[in-house]
Design a protein around this ligand. Structure first.
Ligand code: NAD
Length: 349
């Protein structure tokens, strides 16, 4: 009987589309176990005996979880996403190396931002519902033209730059702010000018202590009446209560939200049979000028393929070659040597 070795990877918060794109890699030394449940202190035990835990944006990888994963023998945390604000990196330092997928399709997210903007300004969501009911009236569907309008982009990394290109294609003027500006033909300015002069503001910076509630009551007051706010980045960039107040006061013309600050208990799940406990989200969703999608901007064939390929390469590099590709924390003192795999029977992988 041939003895083979494999690395066991415990996937948390897994959806059907994750399985579809990861399963083809579940061979040649990798064994995947998919859990629907998210990772938290209560569920960390599921990773006992796994070499790697693989998580997504709303898994809560706090200090307690990291401690538990460490105790259970997990040697690598593989994020199958770009953002890592849900991981306590300070706690992970020296205990659990963390790797991520830094880019999987900036176009997917940038195109979704434009899809939401177009849907909102041309009232496509309203028209779709009406015509399904054979209501062909046009009252209340008057939109406006994007050509010549000013888009303010906060964060000009991979997604922000792709969105700028799209906006330019529509003949829009672009103002941009980035803490670390690049010199690539983008017209940079400060946050104040963006806030005051933009007809549309789109957020593409990461969530950090500095950017938390970068859109708040004060900045909303400074904005043009009728401004459209797009957030495909992270929910906590916007103070949701201030956003709701701005919409009620008719200051904000529309909000296109792919993310929401309290999304972790709601998004990615079917809650249609439940009473929504989040009054702010319920009120936002009830507004005719608010579009909400549940963190789906990335959700394209191209992005899912790239996420799976990079995640598997990150895992293989670590366990087979001792390399940390796409690391986001300091590496722990290695607890393993080459190929720290389990033994299994033939056909057990
Ligand atoms: P990126 O790292 O390429 O770009 C981020 C940019 O933000 C960088 O240019 C950086 O300099 C800038 N930045 C950092 N701190 C800033 C600050 N304080 N103020 C202004 N700018 C600042 O990242 P990306 O791939 O373009 O992704 C952007 C964000 O999009 C991610 O952080 C993630 O939260 C989000 N995202 C969302 C989805 C989705 O499905 N909705 C998918 C992928 C990424």
């Amino acid at each position: 009987m041939r003895i083979i070795t494999y690395m066991k990877v415990a996937f948390f918060d897994t959806k059907e589309y994750d399985k579809k794109f990861f399963e083809p890699y579940s061979k040649e030394g990798l064994r995947f176990v998919f859990y629907d449940t998210g990772l938290s202190a209560d569920t960390a035990e599921l990773a006992r005996g796994a070499d790697c835990a693989c998580v997504f944006v709303n898994d809560d990888v706090n200090a307690e979880v990291i401690e538990k994963l460490n105790t259970y023998g997990v040697k690598l945390l593989a994020l199958r996403c770009a953002g890592y604000n849900n991981v306590d990196l300070a706690a992970a330092r020296g205990k659990l190396p963390v790797v991520r997928v830094p880019a999987y399709s900036p176009y997917a997210v940038a195109e979704h931002a434009m899809a939401m903007l177009l849907c909102s300004v041309r009232r496509v969501h309203k028209a779709y519902n009406r015509t399904r009911d054979f209501n062909f009236s046009l009252n209340g569907l008057t939109g406006f033209v994007l050509h010549g309008k000013t888009a303010g982009i906060i964060g000009t990394g991979k997604i922000g730059s792709a969105f700028i290109d799209i906006c330019r294609g529509f003949g829009m003027n672009v103002l941009a702010y980035d803490k670390y500006p690049k010199s690539d033909g983008i017209k940079y300015t400060d946050l104040e000018e963006i806030t005051e002069k933009s007809d549309i503001i789109s957020l593409h910076c990461p969530l950090t202590p500095e950017t938390k509630h970068i859109i708040n009551k004060r900045t909303i007051n400074m904005m043009k009446k009728g401004v459209i706010i797009i957030n495909t980045s992270r929910g906590e960039l916007i103070d949701s209560e201030a956003l709701l107040a701005g919409i009620k006061e008719r200051k904000i013309g529309a909000a296109c939200l792919d993310v929401y600050e309290e999304e972790s208990d709601l998004f990615f799940e079917d809650n249609s049979g439940h009473i929504l406990n989040d009054d702010v989200l319920a009120r936002l969703i009830s507004m005719p000028n608010v579009l909400v999608t549940s963190h789906q901007a990335f959700l394209t064939e191209e992005a899912l393929e790239a996420i799976a390929a990079t995640t598997v390469e990150n895992i293989r590099a670590f366990f087979e070659r001792g390399e940390l590709l796409n690391e986001v924390t300091c590496r722990a003192k290695p607890q393993y040597e080459k190929t720290p795999a389990k033994s299994g029977q033939n056909g057990d992988n």
